[in-house]
Design a protein around this ligand. Structure first.
Ligand code: BES
Ligand code: ZN
Length: 608
């Protein structure tokens, strides 16, 4: 018993202590509040100014240095203060760069230090920023800048304790050239000075949720707490597409407790944004590729919004605990979809997710298939696989089915409430799960293979499946049409949702001849599809079949869109044949300058 307790304490302590992706020393001293003062210079592609961190020394510690994470930052001067208002120059040292982690910045501390201030500027190739020329934006008139800090890129634009285990509040003054406007993951205020904006966030967040975007962006409200920021030609379309945002927010609140962040707005970025969405507090950043015109891709908004509970409120303490963010969020996302759009929609998404997961597991190494994963020496950007998302989802679905919805909902709500504004590890969650659910119900504990779920590859046997009758039918048509029993023009596509189309396409045999694709294209114009999810799937099939008529569209797609999830499979498919490889290289040469470094980093690796 005592031994057990000591073990748990040790584990907990270690979990707070060790984040292999940060050089910082929060076990000695922590940032409590950050004040940013930055000027945005589009000509030099740099942010310059200073940051002041208010520090709190951990009880019993007397640190002699503050270690901050940086990457390619130009540090001009460091200052320290013991009263928070008078600053004096302090010695600092920038360590040698590690290609994943960047460089540790060491600042010598006086006794009783209260604050440090760092004068610096970013480099044009900062990994967490993308500077866009006007022609890379929707309206092609003004330049654009956006940040993407997750997982460990905040350090490329702010010297900070860049670990999700440390949380702080922040204020910022941002200067931008008029008429451009900045937004941040914070409350926004105009000031009396032209081009100067003030921000503040009173809820403590980890560094990966620091966010900034600057462009010719305008606001259109949706509900009382919700709205859209986007370029002029995009804003109305996006507000229509996402008009259910306020309803979604109410749906989550009814299940998992109040929304704790004040407003919820969405910023629509230019198409080079490397992700579908990023859950920056108060201001989700989203790819324009979800603007399908028929709300068919709004699951992305449900997902990013859900992070306001799973991720932003209760945060993975290290990137090894990433599934606590993403698996929980996929689960919440589908519960939102069910509440707002009905059970069928949620079932379809779940079945599509299961399918994708099973496919990926086939090609992944066993150690990559673990929920609680060892990422020492691994770039956390490379752990964005279907495992934390879809296996994490199935973990929670399994629990839900065994415990029953009512009990499980109360459990989850309790988890968010009791760990609000905390960073949590897998052992912390496991301890909570045991205490609140498994220890109270022996039958449940017996039926739930906890250890296997967390620490074993693959999926446990006999776990629940979600079956969507509509998708079953779509798969039936895939069989019928590919086997020449159904004609392309006789497919009941008028009634198909995007999800049914996707499932139909994904259920087709891997090796269809180009003539068959032509048949489908002639009847349903897939090469001209305005739905990017369907289009990306179709283009991948077109490459596999060497279906020439789709190639011009594929090239435009790859050159104009930088969302990694879409472009990676297309290059992968191209690289499988010698002629495809040539084509891939030629297209990539044109596309690469427009890609974000997260996307080009991934594609560079593949092209080697
Ligand atoms: N937080 C993630 C994006 C992310 C993960 C960025 C890891 C950097 C490192 C975001 O919530 C996400 O999961 N986005 C998905 C969309 C979602 C609907 C599955 C994406 O971008 O594809
Ligand atoms: Zn997510």
């Amino acid at each position: 018993m005592l031994l057990n307790l000591i073990l748990v304490l040790l584990l907990l302590q270690q979990s707070v202590r060790h984040d292999p992706h940060s050089y910082s020393n929060p076990q000695q001293i922590r940032i409590e509040h950050t004040d940013l003062n930055l000027k945005v210079d589009f000509d030099k592609k740099q942010l310059h100014g200073h940051v002041t961190h208010k520090l709190k020394t951990v009880e019993g510690q007397s640190p002699t240095e503050l270690v901050l994470d940086t990457r390619r930052l130009n540090i001009e001067r460091c200052e320290v203060s013991t009263d928070g208002s008078n600053f004096t120059t302090a010695k600092h040292q920038l360590d040698k760069e590690d290609h994943i982690l960047g460089s540790a910045l060491r600042i010598a501390l006086p006794q009783n230090v209260q604050s440090v201030r760092i004068y610096y500027h970013t480099s044009p190739e900062a990994s967490g920023l993308q500077w866009l020329n006007p022609n890379q934006t929707a309206d092609k008139k003004h330049p654009f800048l956006f940040s993407q800090s997750q997982a460990i890129h905040a350090r490329s634009w702010i010297p900070t304790q860049d670990t999700p285990g440390v949380r702080f509040t922040y204020d910022a003054f941002i200067d931008v050239p008029a008429p451009l406007q900045p937004v941040m993951s914070a409350d926004r205020h105009e000031t009396k000075m032209l081009g100067r904006y003030r921000f503040n966030l009173e809820q403590p967040i980890p560094a990966y949720l620091l966010a900034l975007a600057v462009g010719d962006i305008h606001f259109q409200p949706i509900g009382k707490r919700t709205g859209i920021w986007a370029e002029p030609s995009v804003v109305a379309k996006a507000a229509k597409e996402f008009e259910d945002m306020e309803l979604m927010l109410e749906a989550v609140e009814s299940m998992y407790g109040p929304y704790r962040w004040g407003r919820y707005d969405v910023l629509i970025l230019p198409p080079s944004f490397p992700f579908g969405g990023m859950e920056n507090p108060r201001m989700t950043f989203a790819t324009p590729t979800v603007l399908a015109g028929d709300k068919s891709l709004v699951s992305l908004i449900a997902h990013e919004m859900a992070h306001s509970w799973s991720g932003n409120l209760v945060t993975n303490a290290t990137w090894s605990d990433f599934w606590l963010n993403e698996g929980f969020t996929v689960y919440l996302e589908r519960r939102i979809l069910e509440k707002v759009y009905g059970k069928e929609r949620a079932e379809m998404e779940a079945q599509i997710g299961r399918n994708i997961l099973e496919k990926s597991l086939k090609t992944m190494k066993p150690k990559e298939q673990l929920l609680y994963i060892d990422l020492k020496g691994i770039d956390p950007d490379d752990n964005v696989t279907d495992v934390p998302y879809e296996k994490g989802f199935l973990f929670l679905l399994h629990l839900e089915k065994l415990a029953g919805r009512e009990r499980f909902d109360a459990f989850l709500k309790g988890w968010f409430a009791s760990h609000a504004f905390q960073s949590v590890t897998t052992p912390i969650f496991v301890a909570y799960l045991k205490k609140e659910l498994l220890d109270k119900d022996a039958a449940l504990a017996n039926a739930f293979p906890l250890e296997e779920w967390i620490n074993k590859p693959g999926l446990p046997k006999d776990i629940p499946t979600v079956v969507s009758p509509a998708l079953g039918k779509a798969a039936g048509f895939a069989k019928g049409w590919s086997g020449n029993a159904v004609l392309a023009q006789d497919l009941p596509v008028k009634k198909w949702s995007t999800q049914e189309w996707l499932y139909f396409l994904r259920s087709l045999p891997e090796s269809l001849p180009a003539s068959k694709l032509k048949e489908l294209d002639d009847a349903h114009h897939l090469t001209q599809s305005g739905n990017n999810e369907i289009l990306a799937q179709w283009l991948e099939m077109a490459i596999r079949a060497n279906y020439e008529p789709a190639y011009p569209r594929m090239e435009t797609f790859l050159i104009s869109i930088g969302r990694r999830l879409y472009v990676k499979p297309l290059y992968e498919a191209l690289l499988k044949t010698p002629s495809g490889k040539e084509r891939a290289k030629a297209i990539y040469a044109k596309a690469r300058p427009g890609y974000h470094s997260i996307t080009s980093g991934t594609i560079d690796e593949m092209m080697k």
